[in-house]
Write a protein that binds this ligand. Structure first.
Ligand SMILES: [Zn+2]
Length: 368
């Protein structure tokens, strides 16, 4: 990194228990001071919380965790009855999670959990999130190209991110979210990947002006850098005037080699800090697409804006340091998830990563 401003990456993924040393190594190699692990949810794994909680327990000064929800009542077709969504907020906050991650409005997740975000299933959850002020990091929609087979990039197609009529349209997802925000205007939300509005800054500005608790992260979605490189003066003006609402993120995964992670983060920091023109470097990861896809033009932000985007905003929303984990409550939560995974996957409880996480949380030391 060119600047000496400390950096918090608000959007990384831990993959597994075995990936913990690698994610911590990435932090050191990339020069990121702290990271927020955002946990996906869905399917037989219930959510990715267990390994993330162990990561936080073992590196308490470094890792924040935005935990995923538990929708196993839906995924088990009613066999399981986890706590209600508002109760889940309380449990996760009590055990020391720093916020909640929602992947539920990504088209693929919305298809597997086909429940409207603005319907009764989520209503009390959003009411409670607004009341408690818990920060959400929420993935809504995807790049518009993914709904157009002629424009969907091959790397996205290979992940099953090309959307036909069997997926909810992008504008419907925005409508549902807007309905939630209208009912809960004080929600604290970081929309992942610039809310996929990088091609429409006036619309992004209108959202920020209407809802004071809304923010965007900068995790690629490489298209956001390409879109925002088309008119550098306009982008720079937007970033300087809404510097309080934008957070640095990378979508680095603990499973990737440190050099790839370094390149991924460098694409974003170079764009924010310099006025250079460049392409995605050779050796960057598959999800960034090939160098020929586009040109990034740096927006050379002021140090004041950089300080907010790099760490100030995240610290305001989630705390100046990661919350202390209550190891005993975290272990109990992992055991609860382990029991659910065992039912859904038909595996012995002890074989689940959630159960192994609980063991490791208890072994790590006395409850905090
Ligand atoms: Zn992500």
């Amino acid at each position: 990194m060119a600047t000496s401003i400390p950096i918090i990456d608000c959007h990384v993924h831990g993959s597994s228990l075995s990936g913990i040393p690698s994610l911590n190594g990435i932090c050191e190699c990339v020069g990121i001071e702290r990271m927020n692990i955002v946990c996906t949810t869905g399917g037989q794994r219930v959510n990715a919380n267990p390994a993330a909680l162990v990561t936080k327990a073992e590196f308490p000064e470094r890792f924040y965790v935005f935990a995923g929800l538990d929708h196993s009542a839906h995924f088990s077709k009613g066999k399981l009855s986890p706590p209600s969504l508002p109760e889940q907020i309380d449990r996760l906050m009590a055990l020391g999670a720093d916020g909640i991650k929602m992947i539920e409005a990504k088209p693929t997740s919305r298809k597997s959990l086909p429940i409207p975000l603005d319907g009764p299933y989520f209503e009390e959850y959003f009411t409670h999130a607004e009341e408690t002020g818990v920060p959400l990091l929420w993935h809504v929609a995807d790049p518009e190209e993914f709904w157009d087979p002629d424009k969907t990039p091959s790397w996205a197609k290979q992940r099953g991110w090309g959307y036909n009529e069997s997926f909810v349209p992008k504008e419907q997802l925005y409508t549902e979210v807007e309905n939630v925000l209208r009912r809960h205007p004080k929600l604290t939300v970081v929309f992942a990947h610039f809310f996929f509005l990088s091609a429409d800054l006036p619309r992004a500005a209108a959202l920020f002006d209407r809802y004071e608790g809304t923010h965007f992260d900068l995790a690629p979605g490489i298209e956001l850098l390409y879109n925002l490189s088309r008119d550098v003066p306009a982008t720079r003006r937007f970033f300087e005037s809404y510097a309080d609402r934008i957070l640095f993120g990378t979508d680095i995964s603990g499973g990737q080699p440190p050099e790839e992670a370094r390149l991924r983060a460098g694409i974003v920091t170079r764009w924010l800090e310099t006025d250079e023109e460049y392409r995605v470097p050779e050796g960057a990861d598959f999800l960034l697409g090939p160098p020929e896809d586009g040109i990034v033009r740096g927006i050379s932000l002021s140090d004041d804006a950089l300080a907010k985007i790099y760490h100030g905003n995240f610290e305001r929303l989630a705390g100046a340091r990661p919350k202390a984990l209550n190891r005993e409550l975290a272990a109990q939560e992992c055991e609860r998830i382990a029991a659910e995974v065992a039912v859904m996957a038909g595996t012995p409880v002890g074989d689940t990563e959630a159960a192994q996480s609980a063991v490791r949380l208890r072994r790590s030391g006395p409850p905090a």
